[in-house]
Design a protein around this ligand. Structure first.
Ligand code: HSE
Length: 433
């Protein structure tokens, strides 16, 4: 039976995502009403610049006073798509206080202070949904929070930043260097004028914190996530990866430790075998590979950014929250009962690809191998190419077996001190084998 009184939605932000949310709410109003069981109405839109033309939105709904909008008291769902920490956090908590549930796309806020938002939602009996905060349109948060709630997730490994995947894919497919590929990404609108948040891994790290928290039922904050950007990846690294049957991706990796007593979360470029499903994720697409005890391996794939894809995720949450309200219920809140600590990067165990410039003379290989042995890092393969320039130098590529990151760091530090090691050209983790 359809309820006639509409559920009221307030929109905070009307940029690329917000305007798509408003448009779809209007054009698909009948379908949304049928799916929810009540009409859903756009009751107000808070913007910074009211003079900007916003096609299709009734000008009477536009306001610059976001606080007054969330305090109205008749709003059922506040959709927050303004991003950043403040005023978003204050607006969300005020919305809960005034009886509204919240749908947010704000990864930075959720990664930095999700616990405060969850606590406020619970205190006021409201929902906090945020499917759009990680990997755009890809259904991922709800599968992790709900569909896999009966399973035990051991690992989440994903490409959660489209800009960097576009750049790395261009480098791989064309042999371009980082700067050339970045320039192309900027020209095509994939990279922002200041690409720091993407290329230095901040965006992916926020998403890793959110995913790790949900997957392992513990609190993981942005500061807990180890982060390395991808600006140092070179065309030579891709050539080396190819020789190993690998490509290079910027990965967000969340893992439960082998003893189950702790978790880790990290973002860095890594080599992965071409046979791994994540290796075939091209251009600006995102994908997340989940390993769960009972389910086995799952992969979630799709567009991770953009107005329409992100609006799709937001509207899915709006429908879910509206259904909950009609049932006078709420969906899942924070699940952090395991209280597993987040271990430092030094505890992460993985394989490494290390490229060294060394003197090409007797005993150097033995010397280098001794340093690895002294730090308990076992070598899997070694490749050496003498330089053709007659300068007495060679390029040495060492691939290790699995070793703790701290042991690898100690190895590299000691290698740098050897007279015969002229330089450490690159260090890259090898994942997904
Ligand atoms: N800048 C992000 C990306 C999208 O390139 O994937 C928003 O998280």
């Amino acid at each position: 039976m359809m309820r006639t009184r509409p559920l009221k939605v307030a929109l905070l932000g009307c940029g690329v995502v917000g305007s798509e949310v408003a448009r779809i709410m209007t054009t698909h109003a009948d379908d949304l009403a049928a799916r929810i069981g009540a009409p859903v109405e756009l009751a107000g839109v808070a913007v910074r610049r009211p003079d900007k033309v916003r096609g299709g939105i009734d000008p009477a709904l536009i306001t610059t006073d976001a606080t007054a909008l969330v305090k109205r008291g008749d709003i059922d769902v506040v959709v927050e798509v303004i991003g950043g920490i403040e005023p978003a956090r204050a607006l969300i908590t005020t919305a809960f206080e005034h009886g509204a549930s919240v749908v947010s796309a704000n990864k930075a806020l959720l990664a930095q202070d999700g616990a405060t938002l969850y606590a406020a939602a619970e205190r006021h009996g409201q929902d906090l949904y945020y499917e759009a905060a990680v990997a755009g349109a890809i259904p991922l948060i709800r599968p992790l929070r709900e569909s896999l709630a009966g399973d035990k997730i051991n690992r989440v490994m994903g490409i959660v930043n489209g800009t960097t995947n576009f750049i790395l894919d261009k480098m791989d497919s064309t042999g371009a260097g980082y700067q050339e590929a970045l320039d192309e990404a900027t020209a095509l609108g994939y990279a922002e004028a200041d690409p720091t948040a993407d290329v230095e891994g901040f965006d992916a790290a926020a998403k890793a914190a959110i995913l790790a928290g949900i997957a392992f039922h513990t609190r993981v904050r942005l500061d807990d996530v180890y982060r390395e950007g991808m600006t140092e990846v070179t065309a030579a690294d891709f050539a080396s990866a190819r020789q190993m049957g690998c490509t290079i991706k910027l990965l967000a990796i969340c893992e439960r430790a082998a003893d189950g007593e702790s978790v880790t979360a990290r973002v860095h470029p890594a080599m992965i075998p071409l046979s791994h499903p994540l290796a075939s994720v091209r251009e600006a697409y995102n994908a997340v590979f989940v390993e769960a005890e009972a389910a086995g391996q799952l992969m979630f794939y799709g567009p991770g950014a953009g107005g329409s894809p992100t609006a799709s995720a937001v509207l899915g949450d709006v429908v879910a929250v509206c259904r909950n309200r009609l049932n006078e219920a709420t969906g899942p809140g924070e699940s952090a009962y395991t209280q597993l600590p987040v271990s430092p990067m030094g505890d992460v165990v993985t394989r490494y690809h290390i490229s060294l410039d060394v003197a090409d003379k007797p005993g150097v290989l033995a010397q280098v191998a001794t340093v690895f042995a002294e730090h308990g890092v076992s070598i899997d393969t070694v490749r050496q190419h003498g330089r053709q320039d007659g300068g007495g130098e060679a390029s040495l590529v060492v691939v290790t077996h699995r070793a703790p990151d701290a042991a690898l760091s100690g190895t590299v530090e000691a290698l740098r001190k050897l007279d015969t090691v002229r330089g450490v050209a690159s260090i890259m983790r090898v994942e997904g084998e």
